[in-house]
Design a protein around this ligand. Sequence first.
Ligand code: TGC
Ligand code: FAD
Length: 393
Amino acid sequence: MSYYPLNSIPDYYLSDELLTDEHKLIRQSVRDWVEGFVMPKIDDAAQNHRDLPNLMKELGNIGALGPYIPEKYGGAGLDQISYGLIMQELERGDSAVRSAASVQSSLVMFPIHEFGSEEQKMKYLPKLATGDLIGAFGLTEPNHGSDPGSMETNFKDCDDHFLLNGAKMWITNAPVCDIAVVWAKNENGKIQGLIAERGMQGFSTPETHNKWSLRASKTGELVFDNVKIPKENLLPNTVGLKGPLSCLNSARYGISWGVIGAAVDCFCTALQYSKERKQFGKPIASFQLQQKKLAEFLTEITKAQLLCLQLGKLKNEHRATPAQISMAKRNNVKMAIDIARESRQMLGGMGIMGEFPMMRHAANLESVITYEGTHDIHLLITGFDITGINGFS
Ligand code: TGC
Ligand code: FAD
């Protein structure tokens, strides 16, 4: 048996010793679900640009939606390391599966829990936790991606309702969402969050077709043409860009963990293949150039794991800064995309085939390195943190 079996995460620095029995149990149960539900279907779903059937309900059943939301609202009240481990196992299956869980948990349930009224929490959170409702998060616009503070989407106070106008682009799950947390400017130009519901007149969600990346996930637009939003759908407890950006902290943290799963899937596949594939009369794993790749993969995966564990500890203690989260998101996504690309080469021609996961992970990670803040934007966040000088504008 391989020391690094295909269905497990390497633990080179014995960092499992830093986990509780509950953490390991949660990780194992998500791993089992990914093995049974995701792995057999994911290549077909991605090749044919289809969602995995009933994905959100399945994620709800295994407790992957809002795991750190209190039980009172349908969550599991788990800690941040548990959340990270869940994301890691889901993304070992596919980034689209982790994306579905991160958007629902960090970008829809988190803002409703953090900034919503008690009525909003009771109305939406339990159904989002079970996957009976699918949520989307609308921040990015056609003309404003890295610079969301310049958004044009806006709402006016019309006494008994708000009138919402504008458009959001590149929105995960837009075409299938039941509700969307939408960030828009009020009449004073201040950013606030509103909950739009499918069926509201003037609200449409066209799908974005022809993606080469995240093909097992739906992406689309949120279009608002004079949509009447009931007053009780305004998130009462946040004003300013800080609101949506604090949701991103939670999602970026989850991505830092998630991409370790994608990297590990590529590493374990390349290791197994290189021991079996013979050229020049020997397994290719016996050649130094191939061993260099494998050694570097495991080194980078191990560093990423340790970064996430300490970040998770800080997050549990409410001490993780946005800049620390940016560093982990940037480092770990680059680590994963590099491993996906290099490990694909180790399989030669076979590496381009759907029977192996590298091309799918590499293509997915092109989105992951762009969304939730691009690779360069996270570098600028670190640069700002080091120098105190804003290099964005
Ligand atoms: P700036 O003036 O720096 O900040 C405005 C206010 O926000 C505060 N702040 C934060 N608060 C909490 N968390 C953070 N990460 C924060 N970053 C900044 C800041 O202190 C300030 O507060 P206050 O009280 O002074 O008003 O804002 P800026 O306009 O200069 O922009 C800064 C910048 C570029 C870092 C930021 O806008 C940014 O992060 N841009 C990237 C945009 C992005 O990440 N978009 C993601 C969209 S969602 C998505 O991609 C989902 S994909 C999901 C999936 O499928 O998995
Ligand atoms: P731009 O902001 O136009 O950036 C283009 C290039 O310019 C990048 O390389 C960038 O790094 C660089 N750049 C920009 N500003 C600077 C600067 N000051 N200095 C140096 N370089 C700079 N958004 C949501 O709100 N909700 C979602 O659910 C969501 N899901 C997504 C799903 C997918 C599959 C994708 C691809 C995107 C998703 N996004 C979502 C949008 C995503 O967050 C944006 O694509 C991202 O923030 C970048 O914005 P942009 O595409 O407009 O690129």
